[in-house]
Ligand binder design. Structure first.
Ligand code: ATP
Length: 200
């Protein structure tokens, strides 16, 4: 079993996440992708995050027709910061025989050296990285800081999608369209629950 783990804030999940994950799934021959919304993201202490329930509901709506996707609550309802290395340790404890591949965008790879115990992450999982517009990926620089990233990181060419959750939230707040940037059911959820109408 080759298991992709895609962690993120997903506030909200958008087409950039969905297209990248599907491309990484194919390129890395993953049997499943587990989507794991972060409880209390250590990298984004100042950013207002929608409730766990709202982010989970939007992920479920976005992925309900995708048989290879599993929405996981493994990182929710925990106290303290949610570190990726701890999440991967918990998944490893349950999935002793799976090859774990942690999925991320190029901005996350660039920041990886500042994460908690990046070497530990790479001891448990390999990385698949989707390029993101406007973010150059300097794998050599990452490998100088995190030596075991070398040979355990696959950069995947995906259609570049210049969408961020920050942009989606800003569009909603200023009354602009988000049609086609998030799945229709996610847009309907955002409208029905009046998400993102106040500033981050
Ligand atoms: P925000 O704008 O709130 O920072 P985001 O759009 O970057 O959010 P996250 O939930 O923080 O979304 O991202 C989860 C993961 O998905 C990260 O590894 C990020 O690099 C990746 N990702 C997000 N958007 C894209 C995109 N458009 N293309 C490729 N990867 C992406």
């Amino acid at each position: 079993m080759r298991l992709g783990v895609f962690g993120g804030t997903f506030d909200p999940v958008h087409l950039g996440h969905l297209v990248s994950a599907s491309e990484m799934r194919e390129a890395c021959r993953l049997d499943q992708v587990w989507w794991v919304p972060a409880g209390s993201p250590p990298h984004k202490p100042g950013v207002a995050v929608s409730s766990d329930a709202d982010r989970l509901a939007m992920l479920r709506l976005a992925l309900e027709d995708d048989p290879g996707a599993v929405v996981s609550t493994a990182d929710l309802g925990r106290v303290g910061p949610s570190y990726t290395v701890d999440l991967l340790r918990r998944i490893r404890a349950e999935q002793a025989d799976a090859d774990l591949v942690f999925l991320m965008g190029g901005d996350s790879l660039r920041d990886l050296p500042t994460w908690h115990d990046p070497q530990g992450i790479l001891e448990i999982a390999t990385l698949a990285v989707a390029r993101r517009p406007g973010v150059s990926v300097d794998l050599d620089a990452v490998c100088r800081a995190v030596p075991n990233a070398a040979g355990r990181t696959q950069i995947v060419d995906v259609p570049l999608i210049g969408i961020s959750a920050t942009d989606i939230r800003g569009r909603v707040r200023s009354g602009r369209t988000i049609r086609h940037l998030v799945p229709a059911a996610v847009e309907a959820y955002i409208r029905a629950n009046r998400l993102y109408l106040v500033s981050d």
